[in-house]
Design a protein around this ligand. Structure first.
Ligand SMILES: [Zn+2]
Length: 237
């Protein structure tokens, strides 16, 4: 009974956030290309029910492969994978997990570029459900608002915890920071290895993929160059 109430409250919280997000979307059609393709009913099912369902599906995949699910080593795998999907690696699908947008005033009137580099990225390729592992580098020019440095890591982590394509993830990080900081002057470069390329298919262990999104002043050559010099990426964009 108690659990039921908690679920209801949680569901209401999610509904409210979703409503706000859809409203926002209505105001800004341009951003829709960067949105993760989610169904409208994505959060009607509770996390516990999702774990139960996914556990069954993983069980069937393993069974189909001919594995003996009564083996001690395999018995716990379907539940473990299901929990990992819902609570960890795809936990960033839930709108209520988005880091809170707290900013504070830039008291020192620092108007130069601020760069946060080498932010660890652990994501999952949505085409193969294999890991994407790499680094994100973020820069912004403050117009009076600043965010805590760890906020940028948290925003990257939130968008990484979804089935992703790297290009979309890069855009989502920039758009979220533009909103939080109330400026277009935000840039993000992500350099990452895709295990679907490195460990299977062509098995190219050396290659990595670089994606970039430059907003506002970062579209200008000198500002872009300054940012790329800070992160020491020689790639030409
Ligand atoms: Zn892939």
């Amino acid at each position: 009974m108690h659990i039921q109430t908690n679920h209801k409250r949680e569901q209401m919280k999610i509904d409210k956030i979703l409503e706000e997000q859809f409203e926002e979307l209505g105001d800004n059609h341009a951003s829709s290309a960067a949105d993760t393709p989610l169904r409208e009913d994505a959060f009607e099912m509770s996390d516990d029910k999702k774990i139960e369902d996914i556990q069954e599906h993983v069980y069937h995949i393993m069974e189909t492969l001919g594995l003996d699910l009564t083996d001690d080593s395999l018995r716990g795998t379907p539940r473990r994978v299901a929990k990992m999907f819902v609570k960890e690696i795809f936990g960033g699908l839930r709108p209520d997990k988005k880091p809170k947008a707290s900013t504070f005033e830039n008291k020192y009137k620092y108007g130069e570029m601020l760069v946060e580099k080498n932010i660890t990225v652990y994501s999952t390729c949505e085409h193969h459900l294999l890991p994407i592992v790499g680094r994100a580098h973020i820069a912004y020019i403050s117009t009076g608002k600043v965010v805590g440095l760890s906020k940028m890591n948290r925003i990257v982590d939130y968008y990484a915890k979804r089935p992703q394509v790297q290009e979309r993830m890069t855009m989502q990080v920039v758009q979220e920071l533009q909103k939080v900081l109330n400026t277009k002057d935000v840039a993000c470069v992500i350099d990452a290895k895709h295990l679907c390329v490195n460990s299977r298919g062509i098995r190219d262990i050396e290659s990595s993929t670089v994606t970039a999104e430059f907003g506002g002043k970062f579209k200008e050559a000198a500002t872009k160059r300054e940012f790329l010099d800070y992160i020491k990426l020689d790639t030409e964009f």
